[in-house]
Design a protein around this ligand. Structure first.
Ligand SMILES: Nc1ncnc2c1ncn2[C@@H]1O[C@H](COP(=O)(O)OP(=O)(O)OP(=O)(O)O)[C@@H](O)[C@H]1O
Ligand SMILES: [Mg+2]
Length: 611
């Protein structure tokens, strides 16, 4: 029953657990501030409802007291005038009622729309704040586009609970009860006739909702799939161009869209069957009333008047109108529930890296970093770090070298607590990083990551990211130390040049230097450089090394570098292989040992010579 591509999506959307209680638990608190609006909107609808009962009653008065007597009696001038006046009053009353009802509708729409928009705002901010707390593990397992589609589209779906549902349920139910009451008061037998199709209607609605619910969820999931594909393609547009895979990608995008389309069509088919069926059953009530009412009227000594029948027919329509409305509202609820479930899945995601209750503020660090028997795995059963022990004394430079995939980046990711070790402890100044507040820990650490990320904004803003209160002079000094000032000053607007999406207007090496400047400006006790100079040329690298050498003084620095010339002067060099430290020592010690490090050095030396 699920189309292709449904199952591989499970990472993004675990099997929906339909539970209205679950939704109420998550979204109930959001509705609370809008109780006033909800009450106001409900009041408007209630008054509108009462007004809606007037026209049929006025019509009944008009037919029985004004029009019928005139039709029955011979025409006379005074009767004509009196009746005309009554007609005028009745019409004026109808007009007044209509106007008032319209005005109330305007008030209600305004109140409810504002509340709905406020609700969306609140939920979106809450979900965003929650996402900020979730660990990198969460992001590792999800597609960016799908996350975005939940924060944008699905949050709006929840709003339908408000605009499509909120004040309607109470009022429609009330309307139903009042109308049924009026009908029974007018004529119980005819009222029963009018209600005959009701069980069939309820059955039809249940039939619909059973089928609609999973479809609505699928529609939302597939929309997430489209977003994810799109996001992937836009980020990877250069690769697509380079490998001429436009057609392949278009096909895959088309497939996502066709799946979405197919689900929508299923939903449309279902609606196309359900809505007319429900409408027909509604109409049946009126037809039955006309038939039975007409027959009652034709019998000798009719128990109802002609006006009764008119009013009755109008009220029967009003009886089924709220039922139809409730049904629509219900559809909205189902759709909102589908979106709500997708958001609830996020909100239920507990931040696995959270401050422990009573976590302390890490005092300004001396910068000692210790790993005690640290093991780590991203996925169960695939160890990435295996009983790593290391001690970086304050102010030391620790170099991590090793082949690609050895676990170097993973190791340094544990220092700012991006992930928690599966076993063992990471200590900063003797504090287990899990015992201190994350913000106080991260305030002491500056990082230049392997894949440089710059935000949309100016060069200045990007460098200043690590210390928002830095002056222009301090920014320039940091840029100088990172050998970035030279090219920055050549940019059209210098430090005020906007760097576009992911800094596309800069070269890889230029971006790296900005990232280094950012880390330097942040001025933290612990500095982590993951391949920070991999993209700059050797000349710039030597210069950056010199500048860094000065800056590293008094800071504990972790350097990951493939180019071994850059790690020569480190206090300790740790050689990592398969998640283990296989060798450690200073450059000459390791060369003398003639082990893995020496082999790597020879390899690189050969490469440099042959290059
Ligand atoms: N977010 C992640 N989720 C799952 N596995 C990961 C993740 N990041 C890295 N890995 C895996 O962990 C292992 C170590 O990766 P890591 O990035 O630490 O290597 P590295 O030594 O930094 O390599 P390189 O020199 O290429 O940067 C690799 O096998 C990689 O596939
Ligand atoms: Mg790495």
């Amino acid at each position: 029953m699920f189309g292709p591509g449904f199952f591989h999506r499970t990472g993004d959307s675990p099997a929906p657990r339909p539970s209205l209680r679950r939704l109420a638990r998550h979204f109930g608190p959001f509705f609370r501030p809008y109780r006033g609006a909800l009450a106001g909107g409900t009041l408007c609808v209630l008054i509108g409802l009462a007004l809606g009962k007037m026209p049929p009653l006025i019509t009944r008065f008009l037919v029985d007291r004004v029009l019928a007597p005139v039709a029955a009696a011979p025409w006379t001038e005074p009767l004509y005038r009196a009746s005309l006046r009554r007609l005028g009053i009745a019409v004026a009353a109808m007009l007044g009622v209509s106007l008032l009802a319209s005005w109330l509708m305007a008030v209600r729409t305004r109140v409810m729309r504002r509340a709905g928009a406020g609700l969306v705002l609140d939920i979106r901010l809450k979900v965003y704040a929650h996402l900020q707390k979730l660990s990198l593990r969460f992001y590792d397992a999800r597609r960016t586009g799908d996350i975005m589609s939940r924060i944008t589209g699905d949050v709006e779906a929840v709003e339908r609970l408000f605009t499509g549902f909120g004040d309607r349920v109470l009022t429609d139910t009330l309307n139903l009860a009042v109308t049924a009451g009026i009908l029974f008061a007018m004529n119980a037998k005819l009222a029963l006739v009018a209600l005959l199709p009701l069980p069939a209607l309820i059955a039809a609605i249940r039939w619909f909702s059973r089928r609609a619910r999973p479809l609505f969820r699928q529609v939302r999931d597939r929309m997430g799939g489209i977003h994810a594909k799109l996001q992937d393609n836009i980020s990877g547009i250069r690769v697509i161009r380079a490998f001429n895979t436009e057609e392949l990608e278009s096909e895959q995008f088309a497939r996502e869209n066709r799946e979405f389309y197919a689900t929508q069509m299923k939903e449309a088919d279902l609606s196309a069957r359900a809505f007319p069926m429900i409408r027909f059953i509604e109409g049946l009530g009126a037809i039955l009333v006309t038939a039975v009412g007409g027959w009652m009227l034709l019998r000798p000594d009719p128990e109802i008047s002609l006006g009764d029948l008119f009013a009755f027919s109008a009220f029967v329509l009003q009886l089924y109108q709220p039922i139809g409305m409730l049904f629509h509202a219900y559809t909205h609820v189902l759709q909102a529930a589908a979106g709500g479930e997708r958001i609830a899945e996020f909100l239920e995601e507990a931040p696995d890296i959270a401050d422990r209750p009573g976590a302390i503020e890490l005092p300004p660090a001396r910068g000692e970093v210790v790993f005690e028997d640290v093991s780590f795995q991203y996925q169960d059963g695939i160890p990435v770090l295996d009983r790593v022990n290391l001690r970086a004394r304050p102010g030391e430079i620790v170099a991590l070298v090793g082949h690609s995939g050895a676990g170097k980046s993973t190791l340094i990711n544990l220092i700012p607590r991006f992930y928690d070790p599966t076993a063992g402890r990471v200590l900063v100044d003797g504090h287990d990083v899990r015992d201190v507040r994350q913000d106080s820990l991260r305030r002491q650490i500056a990082i230049v990551l392997q894949d440089t990320f710059l935000f949309n904004g100016t060069v200045l803003e990007n460098i200043r990211y690590g210390r928002r209160d830095a002056t222009r002079e301090e920014v320039a000094a940091a840029a100088r130390a990172a050998f970035a000032d030279e090219f920055i000053e050549q940019l059209p607007k210098g430090y005020d040049t906007e760097i576009g999406e992911r800094g596309v207007k800069l070269s890889g090496g230029q971006k790296q230097r900005i990232a280094i400047a950012r880390a330097l400006l942040a001025d933290r006790r612990i500095l982590i450089l993951d391949e920070a100079t991999s993209m700059v040329d050797s000349r710039a690298e030597t210069m950056i090394q010199q500048a860094l050498a000065a800056l590293m003084r008094g800071r504990t620095t972790f350097v990951i570098a493939h180019r071994l010339s850059t790690v020569r002067h480190a206090d300790q060099i740790l050689v990592i292989e398969g998640g283990r430290i296989v060798e450690r020592g200073r450059h000459d010690e390791l060369l003398a040992r003639n082990g893995a490090y020496a082999a790597m050095c020879r390899e690189q030396f050969r490469d440099t010579i042959s290059a």
